[in-house]
Write a protein that binds this ligand. Structure first.
Ligand code: GLU
Length: 310
């Protein structure tokens, strides 16, 4: 794996504009900002609006305004993934040329049936481990999605990687995920491809994001290897849990924090800091609060790297 070493730190926050920032996404934004600033690096924002059906018009501006109210201002104009078709198409083409991407004509129903016929019932939440039906050609089927081939010369693809907080991790991508989608049947680019292409295009050295995305990282590392681009460092942050113990999201009570007054902003930053495991920071104005949070974050990161990961 070509790890990114020596390059000047570039971090990013990559929200999907499906709703305003809530406590969980604000914690991810704050964590990525603190990590970048504590390292003397640049901090970018990327609007991940590839999934047109889930995005809400104007929500990018709402999110950028929420960030600005919190004092989290990117160092360059935010990128929008909806303008990046040509870059994703070029990456897909390069994978195809090397026989690593193939057309798939299966409907969800056909995948279900093929898995049942093979006695395979294991599912990953809503995602299915694709049984590989179209690997050897479409037959009479019409091309719908494009998938990445995850079996190479009969061998499983295994990714070992180390998260700065979660420690060493291991995934058999072939068995646990299968040939995953790069471009969906509706023509939308899959998150996995878009995120990898953009992280490298923006020179991102450090991905800092919520722990719910850690399971996606091996797929992204595999794509980085296949595209011959460097792998950034990864830090997956603790999640805000709802009353039901699950990750806070729109389904279980996540709402946008009030950010109308400096007191509101400090309260929202304090809540985010608490999620991230930072000690209490006393400052009562947002700018002073952020300035005081930087050495606290740097200290927490030093402890993390000294103690090794759990
Ligand atoms: N857009 C993704 C989300 O909002 C985050 C992607 C990432 O940070 O890699 O969940």
């Amino acid at each position: 794996m070509r790890l990114m070493k020596g390059a000047r730190y570039v971090g990013r926050f990559a929200p999907s504009p499906t709703g305003p920032l809530h406590a969980g996404s604000l914690a991810a934004a704050l964590g990525s900002w603190l990590d970048a600033r504590a390292a003397g690096g640049r901090w970018l924002v990327r609007i991940e609006d590839v999934d047109g059906a889930r995005c809400v018009a104007g929500m990018d501006a709402v999110i950028l305004d929420q960030l600005a109210r919190c004092g989290l201002v990117p160092d360059a104009a935010p990128w929008h993934q909806s303008t990046r078709d040509a870059a994703y198409a070029a990456a897909l083409e390069s994978l195809r040329r090397r026989g690593l991407a193939y057309d798939c004509g299966c409907s969800r129903r056909q995948i279900d049936d093929a898995l049942a016929a093979a006695g395979r019932t294991h599912e990953r939440g809503d995602e299915l481990v694709y049984p590989g039906t179209c690997r050897s050609g479409l037959g009479a089927r019409v091309a719908r999605a494009v998938r990445l081939l995850t079996e190479r010369e009969g061998r499983h693809v295994v990714v070992d990687w180390t998260d700065r907080r979660l420690g060493p991790r291991h995934q058999d991508v072939t068995a646990e995920v299968g040939d995953f989608v790069l471009r969906r049947a509706d023509g939308a680019w899959a998150y996995q491809l878009a995120v990898v292409v953009d992280d490298v295009a923006q020179g991102v050295t450090d991905v800092v994001r919520g722990e719910d995305l850690a399971d996606n990282t091996p797929r992204q590392i595999l794509l980085q290897r296949d595209l011959g681009v460097p792998t950034p460092r990864y830090l997956h942050l603790p999640l805000v849990r709802g009353a039901d113990g699950f990750k806070l999201g729109k389904g279980n009570g996540a709402h946008a924090p009030r950010l109308d007054t400096p007191q509101d902003v400090v309260a929202a930053l304090r809540a985010a800091a608490c999620t991230l495991g930072l000690p209490l920071i006393e400052a009562s104005a947002p700018g002073a609060w952020l300035a005081a949070a930087l050495p606290a974050w740097a200290g927490m990161m030093r402890d993390l790297s000294r103690s090794g990961s759990p």
